[in-house]
Design a protein around this ligand. Structure first.
Ligand code: NAG
Ligand code: NAG
Ligand code: NAG
Ligand code: NAG
Ligand code: NAG
Length: 377
């Protein structure tokens, strides 16, 4: 090849290369993450679900499902905050495990700008997978609405903060979903939907709806999901004491059915969506195990009474919420349930620790959260 021609080809090729690489750079602007001191491979977490994971959203909503009064938060360093337990909930403890600061609730007007860089919590007490779950208590934010708020408000803010598309930033965040119990307790059972629809059909509808919502979160960029199973709902004080919802065996059967279908759903999403990764935190197993093991080993002397005073429906309460300003048990680390439904911080510690570090698939399936955060995507 004459020298001149080869020079031209070379120039031409380098021009092509330059334009290809600049086009490539145009679509993948690096996210301007703030520098972290730790060797964290995740930047934060976005949370969706019900009261078990709500950290104050319901304070701002018109609903009777609230935890903005004592004794809720009695042991929490920042006092009463809207968390449905005596101190930290499982999200706070998961943040501790992965070395993240506490994340703000979505409804908090100050949850803006750089305050959302470690994530936002969209969860709302009494809400469920179905839009109408929780309406008995007022205006909960349904899972659909939580995800819409996330897409429209939170992700827009995150993109502005980081200067990149959510499809580039979200793989660096955990997407935590803890939902479903209220669809049975406050919807299927409380409203006696079993007179109209079998529990198998109802559960199939719930799982189909959850499937769509997880796929939506995936389409926005979510790649690392932490999903909690239902707890043994029938063991909670609201169901073991006189109530208008259902029986222990009925509620536990519902939870087992849902949990089995949930596992199948997550396996199927992983098989079909590239880079979809998840941890299923088997709260059912973790809590039943604590209930069945000897107190000398677990430290839980009381596995079935609420630690705080809870009025039954016949006494003007709802069987779940702590009475306002009511008494609590003295040693809150020895009770499993803080109110009629929500575990004490001591149980939340067990759940978060097992989620993060357990080597048993019966606790965290198919990997633990420690492995999930370290996955390179
Ligand atoms: C809930 O929101 C609707 C409007 O979306 C409103 O009509 C209703 O009064 C609100 N409050 C309660 C307690 O449901
Ligand atoms: C649930 O509510 C969302 C808005 O929050 C709405 O877009 C959706 O269509 C509703 N789903 C059903 C099944 O009604
Ligand atoms: C983000 O990326 C997705 C897929 O690459 C694209 O569909 C979407 O329009 C982008 N959004 C923005 C705000 O650039
Ligand atoms: C609880 O889990 C431990 C392992 O963490 C196991 O050794 C024990 O047998 C389990 N107990 C029950 C009652 O399931
Ligand atoms: C997580 O699971 C892996 C694999 O079973 C195990 O090696 C590791 O010790 C577990 N815990 C932590 C904190 O990584």
């Amino acid at each position: 090849m004459p020298k001149k021609v080869s020079k031209l080809v070379c120039l031409y090729l380098s021009l092509i290369f330059a334009s290809v690489s600049s086009a490539f750079a145009g679509t993948t602007v690096d996210c301007h993450f703030i520098q972290d001191v730790s060797d964290n491979t995740i930047r934060g977490m976005f949370v969706f679900g019900s009261s078990l994971v709500d950290n104050g959203n319901n304070n701002y909503l018109e609903t009777t499902s609230k935890a903005n009064y004592l004794p809720y938060g009695i042991d929490f360093p920042y006092g009463t905050s809207g968390r449905f337990t005596n101190s930290k909930n499982v999200i706070d403890l998961l943040c501790d495990q992965v070395k993240l600061p506490l994340i703000p609730p979505f409804q908090d007007p100050s949850a803006k700008g750089s305050k959302i860089l470690h994530g936002v919590n969209h969860a709302s007490g009494s809400s469920g997978i179905l839009n109408d779950t929780g309406s008995v208590a007022g205006n909960a934010t349904s899972l659909s609405q939580q995800i819409m708020d996330f897409e429209v408000v939170t992700l827009a803010e995150l993109e502005a903060q980081l200067g990149c598309n959510s499809s580039q930033s979200l793989p660096s965040y955990l997407i935590v979903v803890g939902v479903g119990g209220n669809d049975y307790m406050l919807n299927y059972f409380l409203r006696k939907l079993y007179l109209l629809i079998s529990i198998e059909t109802f559960t199939a509808n719930l799982i189909a709806s959850l499937d769509q919502k997880l796929q939506k979160l995936y389409s926005l960029g979510g790649r690392k999901f932490v999903v909690t199973s239902l707890m043994p709902l029938g063991n909670s004080p609201v169901i073991t004491r006189p109530n208008i919802i259902g029986t222990p065996s009925g509620l536990n059967y519902a939870a087992e059915l849902y949990n089995a279908r949930l596992k199948t759903l997550l396996d199927s999403l992983k098989a079909h969506l590239s880079d979809f990764n998840f941890v299923l935190v088997n709260q059912y197993n973790i809590i039943s195990n604590l209930t069945q093991s000897p107190p000398s080993r677990t430290g839980f002397k009381d596995t079935h009474n609420p630690c705080c005073a809870v009025s039954l429906v016949s006494q003007g309460g709802n069987g779940i919420s702590c009475d306002r300003g009511g008494k609590t048990c003295v040693d809150r680390t020895t009770y499993m349930y803080f109110d009629g439904l929500h575990p004490t911080e001591a149980v939340n510690v067990e759940i978060a620790t097992k989620a993060y570090a357990s080597t048993l698939q019966g606790d965290a399936y198919p990997i633990n959260v420690s492995q999930l955060v370290r996955l390179q995507i």
